[in-house]
Every structure is written in structure tokens, then in C-alpha cells.
Ligand binder design. Structure first.
Ligand SMILES: [Zn+2]
Length: 309
């Protein structure tokens, strides 16, 4: 079975005006429901306020939870922060944390939302309200874990890098399109900035030469995987040229790397933009299913063993 973390609050009505296309999370849930018994569903609890305040400025947390975010910050986020959006924003980091805890126990789990990597200390940005990756990683580090955040979204994980910078037990890896949002990049532990229109071959070569050394140097005991699907060639906000096969190879490489070292992995979704919400949801579900199947086949057998290659 593939462990999937989902909460009804993820599937929020679109607040107006919004430049973000809502409904993706509902489509992801529906597609995973079609997998029947292959999926084990888990419902998370909302992240405690104190965990969110460990990543974000308490004044900003109060603005979100009170649905009183200033207009200027809402513009940076891309939609108004209503009470519904606020409830969702508190639930999603709880889901990423829950997926991590399940992964530590079972090898792999996926959150059907999250990957909100642009949210900064004092404001959200780029369709992200709270940074679930940073919130979960900081809490897990507090519990004694060593967390590597692998962010393969086409946009740099600037918020995650900024919110976890300097933490001895958290490392961040971001492979992204150099000329894409955000204009001002943060500094991850390791950034791999790719030129426009990088294809499968170029992408995989960059990934395969840069991630393993960081992985082995940092030696995490958990990977949080921001599995954005916007490096896809047809993505409205991407600048890269990956095919579906390229995305598949990407996920299998990262999953295989962690699995070969006996390291559990929890995935979130991430970016994926365009008019066909169902096609994008299918791409997110494909990430979840291939990582889930990879771990289902390999977890336990290879746990704690040295990688074969
Ligand atoms: Zn993105």
C-alpha cells in the first residue's frame, strides 16, 4: 500500500480574485481514489501554531490565522487569505509533517498538497501562504532528525532556503530554471540553476552529478521531496523542456538514491500550471505512485545497506 496524507480542508473554494487555478488538490484526491486498495489514506492534524511560528514571524502568522493579511502581501501571494484559506494553510504543514512521520516508519508517504516553497518569514509569495517544508523540517530537526529537502520544482525554493538557512540539521537542494521566478534567489545549501529549455538529458545530467555528493556529505535520515511538475515542457510558468519520461526519470533517480541508502522519503506536490487541471493533477499523481511503488518494492530489502552503485 502507498501511504497518502490528505485532508478535506486542502480542497478549498477559490477566493476571488485569484490568479491561481484552484481545484488541483480535489482532482489529485479523485485520481488517487481510483487506485482503490493500493492507497492507504491518512488524515493529518493542523500544524500547531508554535510550529508555524518557528518558521514564520509571529505577526505574519497572526495575520494569516486572523484572515487579516494586508492587501500588499495578498498581492504577493496571488489570492486573498480568507478564513478558508487560513484553515488550509495551517492544515497543509500538518500534512507534510504527518507524511514525514509515516515515511520514517514505512519508508514513503505522500502529502497531496504542500510544497509551498516561496513563503518567507514575514509574508507569503507565489501562491504560498505558509512554508510547509520549512515548518515540517524545523519540527523534525527539533525531534532529532536530519532533513534534506530536495526541491525539483522549476522555481527556486527560495523561502525554504531562507527559513532553514544555517540550521545544522537541515540542508536544502534546489534544481530550477535560472531565469524563472523568483527574480531574487535565496541561497540553498546547493542550487543548480539551469538555462531555459533544458531538456531531459541536460536536466538528468545536472541532477545526477550534483545531488549524490550533497546527499552523501550531509547524510540525512529523512528526505522531504518537493515534487513540482512544472519543469514539464508544456507548463505555463516553466521555462524548461522536460517530457513525462524526464519527470519520471527525475523522480526515480531521487527516490532510488534515497532508497539505496536506506533513507525514507516524504513527498509533497508543488508547481504545475496550465488550463488543463486534470492533466496537471495526473502528473502529480504519477509522481506519488512511482515513488510509492519504488519504495514498496525496495524498502526493507535495502534498508541500512550500502548503495550498490
Ligand atoms: Zn513552481
Amino acid at each position: 500500500m502507498i501511504a497518502v496524507v490528505h485532508h478535506p480542508d486542502y480542497v478549498a473554494e477559490a477566493p476571488r480574485p485569484s490568479t491561481y487555478r484552484w481545484g488541483k488538490n480535489g482532482a489529485i484526491r479523485d485520481l488517487l481514489l481510483e487506485e482503490g486498495d493500493a492507497v492507504a489514506w491518512h488524515q493529518p492534524a493542523a500544524a500547531p501554531r508554535a510550529w508555524i511560528e518557528a518558521a514564520h514571524d509571529p505577526a505574519y502568522v497572526a495575520e494569516v490565522l486572523g484572515a487579516s493579511v494586508p492587501r500588499e502581501k495578498e498581492r504577493r501571494i496571488g489570492f486573498p487569505v480568507t478564513e478558508t484559506v487560513a484553515r488550509r494553510a495551517q492544515m497543509v504543514p500538518g500534512g507534510t509533517y504527518a507524511a514525514a512521520r509515516i515515511a520514517l516508519d514505512q519508508g514513503f508517504a505522500a502529502n497531496t498538497a504542500g510544497g509551498s516553497h516561496h513563503a518567507l518569514a514575514e509574508t507569503g509569495a507565489g501562491y504560498c501562504v505558509f512554508n510547509d517544508l520549512a515548518v515540517a523540517a524545523l519540527q523534525l530537526a527539533q525531534e532529532g532528525r536530519r532533513v534534506l529537502i530536495v526541491d525539483v520544482d522549476v522555481h527556486q525554493g527560495d523561502g525554504t532556503a531562507a527559513l532553514t538557512a544555517g540550521h545544522p540539521d537541515i540542508a536544502t537542494y534546489s534544481i530550477h530554471a535560472d531565469k524563472n521566478f523568483p527574480a531574487r534567489k535565496a541561497r540553498s545549501t546547493l542550487d543548480v540553476a539551469l538555462p531555459d529549455a533544458t531538456d531531459d538529458l541536460g536536466y538528468l545530467e545536472a541532477l545526477e552529478t550534483t545531488l549524490p555528493p550533497l546527499f552523501d556529505q550531509f547524510a540525512p535520515d529523512l528526505v522531504l521531496y518537493q515534487g513540482g511538475v512544472d519543469p514539464f515542457a508544456g507548463d505555463r510558468l516553466g521555462r524548461l523542456s522536460l517530457t513525462d519520461d524526464g519527470l519520471s526519470a527525475r523522480d526515480k533517480f531521487v527516490g532510488g538514491l534515497a532508497l539505496a541508502r536506506g533513507v525514507p522519503l516524504a513527498s509533497t506536490v508543488g508547481g504545475g500550471y496550465g488550463d488543463d487541471v486534470l492533466a496537471i493533477a495526473r502528473r502529480h499523481v504519477a509522481v506519488i505512485l512511482r515513488l510509492g511503488r519504488l519504495y514498496r518494492a525496495g524498502w526493507g530489502a535495502g534498508t541500512g545497506m550500502a548503495p550498490a552503485a
